[in-house]
Design a protein around this ligand. Structure first.
Ligand code: APR
Ligand code: ZN
Length: 381
């Protein structure tokens, strides 16, 4: 008879490995941490995989409003280890994704048909605390902050139930973590938020993980021309394979990139996307749009306290400027469907994953990211 020894950890503090950003700009340190059991309406997750997103890098560098020391990472897939009192939407053993934007189903955003930026979010700014204003992480006797309702660079994490999405039991857990951010953010911005139309022209600023997922969404929506903009030309071949028709490196142009896009399209694009997080490229995206019906979507997260300055009189011509987070999806309701769509071959996320490394090779993964070699590197626990 087969005998299985499953250690019951529920209700107990778990000691495990996690990456900690101790102070602004310091290299992440893999440490032994204590993870408390989940309190009421909280879920403790055993992480299986997590992607490295541009936002994590920005947070570690101190470009976003976060509290140090904290455990970064927000793009995660895992299995529920235990649940706190009153949790009803998931149970131990369920496969789940972490959600940077929760869905409480009670706040003004959640109750509005178009809203997805739940009031229980912890991004703008990030307190790094659970909803009861305490933390579940300790290292060397010191309180460690969470980040973005997720903290996935750890073998175990605790998140509020409203920031967890149960996914299909058949989901390949070494890959689907990217659906929790990169895919929903990028693909969703094109397909769900902009609703890119057949035969339209698009420009995508930034051809990293998020930009590549935007390109996929534009292509899937039938865009006839997709202009890709990046300062790293190593990103061009893959972008072309995903559907980019024209590649531009702003550093090799004699004119501002928006002027080149205007000349290429004669009238400006139908849809412009910014997936870098810089105000200059946001303005370039805005100025690449058709002045009357163009739609500019800001997908990149700008650094805290940065400002966006636009020519005021020009706004009256009719262009739309829209911010979008996680593709405007109501996260718990919609993101699991993207996993199912992947399992049913309706979307293919595989080309977005360029590297997979064990969690203890985190530093190598960040080196590859900084060298511009990755679209997405997934860390495996
Ligand atoms: N002009 C054009 N391209 C640029 C510029 C610039 N000034 N600066 C950086 N890039 C390119 C990089 O070469 C890279 O290919 O933008 C891309 C950014 O991609 P990633 O670093 O892979 O980041 P990603 O995970 O895609 O996130 C992009 O979206 O979610 C947000 O916070 C995230 O702001 C970040 C953005
Ligand atoms: Zn809400």
């Amino acid at each position: 008879m087969e005998r299985k020894f499953i250690m019951d950890t529920s209700g107990k503090t778990i000691t495990c490995r996690a990456a900690i950003a101790w102070k602004t700009g310091s290299t992440l340190a893999i440490e032994e941490v204590q993870v408390d059991p989940p309190k009421a309406r909280e879920v403790r997750i055993k992480m299986i995989s997590t992607g490295i997103c541009g936002t994590d890098d920005h947070a570690v560098k101190g470009l976003l409003s976060v509290n140090f020391p904290f455990i970064p990472g927000h793009e995660g897939a895992g299995i529920v280890e235990s649940i706190g009192e009153g949790v009803s939407s998931v149970k131990p053993g369920d496969k789940v994704l972490t959600l940077t934007i929760p869905q409480c189903r009670e706040c003004s955003s959640c109750l509005h048909p178009k809203g997805n930026f739940c009031e229980k979010q912890d991004v703008l700014p990030s307190s790094g605390l659970m909803l009861d204003k305490t933390s579940r992480f300790t290292c060397k006797g010191k309180k460690i902050y969470h980040s973005f309702r997720a903290s996935t660079f750890t073998e175990y994490t605790v998140v509020p139930e409203i920031a967890v999405a149960k996914i299909d039991a058949a989901a390949p857990m070494d890959k689907v973590s990217i659906i929790s951010c990169e895919v929903s953010t990028g693909y969703g911005a094109a397909v769900n938020s902009a609703k890119v139309t057949r035969g339209s022209t698009c420009v995508v600023f930034g051809l990293g993980g998020v930009g590549s997922a935007i390109v996929m969404g534009c292509k899937a929506s039938g865009a006839s021309r997709i202009i890709g903009v990046d300062i790293n030309e190593e990103k061009f071949p893959r972008a072309r394979a995903l559907g980019v028709t024209d590649c531009l490196n702003p550093r090799n142009l004699k004119k501002p990139v928006q002027q080149v896009v205007m000349e290429m399209t004669r009238v400006g694009v139908d849809f412009a996307f910014e997936a870098i997080g810089l105000s200059d490229t946001m303005i370039a995206a805005w100025d690449s749009c058709h002045w009357s019906y163009g739609v500019c979507l800001i997908v990149g997260v700008a650094s805290s306290n940065s400002q966006l300055s636009l020519n005021a009189p020009d706004i009256i011509s009719g262009r739309t400027l829209k911010g979008v987070c996680l593709g405007d999806y109501k996260t718990r309701d919609c993101i699991p469907q993207l996993v199912t769509d992947y399992l049913q071959n309706k979307i293919n996320i595989d080309p977005l994953i360029t590297h997979q490394l064990p969690f203890d090779q985190l530093h190598k993964a960040f080196e590859l990211y900084h060298a511009g070699k990755t679209i997405r590197c997934i860390l495996l626990f």
